[in-house]
Design a protein around this ligand. Sequence first.
Ligand code: URA
Length: 410
Amino acid sequence: MEGEVKEYQVAALLMAIYFQGLDPAETRTVTRIMMESGERWTWSDEGGPLGDKHSTGGVGDKVSLILAPLCAACGVRVPMVSGRGLGHTAGTLDKLETIPGLRTDLEKDDYDRLLREVGFAMGGQTESFAPLDRETYALRDVTGTIESIPLITASIMSKKLAEGLEGLVLDVKWGDGAFLRERERARELARSMIEVGESFGVPTEALLTDMESPLGRTVGHALELKEAVEVLKGRDPEPRLLEVTTALAERLLVLTGAAPDEKEAGRAVREALQGGTAFDKLVAMVRAQGGDPAPIEDPDLLARAPCRLEIRAPQDAVLAGLPARRVGRLLVELGGGRRTKGEEIDRAVGLVFPRAVGDRLAAGEPWAVVHARDRTGAEKARGVLESIVAWSNEPVPPRPAVTERLSRMQ
Ligand code: URA
């Protein structure tokens, strides 16, 4: 951080780590050095246990928007620090900022107040967390050393551990739209992060989740926020989205001790969704972070794209596949993602998929709706979607969303 070790030397070290790997003790050391380069939060003893979730990022992944208020409604304090979009994946922070007035530049004092008054808060990465990770990440980016399991572990865990948690759940995605596509690599990353979390005394578990196709029915900022609100209102949630969200929430309740076992956790989560307390928490957070709660109460007030185009099934067939990565890139092409750092994004554009992979459609039935700025953009998106979708005459078994659970014991 003082510039004593030159960038070229750090770059050489990163390259050595990229090729040689680190053993668990070395990974812990790098994580600790990164964490100790910045602020570390501590919390008042009053209130429930402290927990959070981290996702390695996916397409249509709006889980955080549901999970944070849901867990708060079940008694966990959640000081969530989220990121912006990266590559073909959109970020939680950008989705939240669809709400007019909502502040996400929260300081520790804001988190203290919000956790006391609401039970959770959602802000952006502060400058004060693991500054050494920021420097290192920039160097990794330009030296092609991002995809290293020990470096990813240290980068993610140094920031999460600085939050001062009593439990952490990790959503490690694999498949076409995931950061690490191969399931075995995702499993390796999950194990490495669990090892580090537990060695710092934070109960940590991971779920491996399927990211072959987008999660839920929507991709795009305002559309995803609306879908998250509908889930919190208990209205017809898409089953795979509900499966991932409730599985993560239940494990977090058990890990932090907010629920004695999985059965009780499941009951608490169902009650918070059906009874509206999770939704009430979201409204309270929006108010407390300076946002206008009206578009949460009525999501039709959220920003809407001017042009909509329905795409229909060409024949009676089963929807067999929708590659997530290309769908994520399509959102960027529609203007809903950044090609360069700091670029403005259009939060209204996106895609809706009313039917899921495995569903049988009749000829002419809509399977996608493009929300675009204009007709040209919408037609281009239609061309892409029609070229990537897979149809089948045979039944296609639905894929489970949660494919594995990993904890320290395994
Ligand atoms: N996200 C991070 O914060 N760091 C990584 O290294 C990869 C993803």
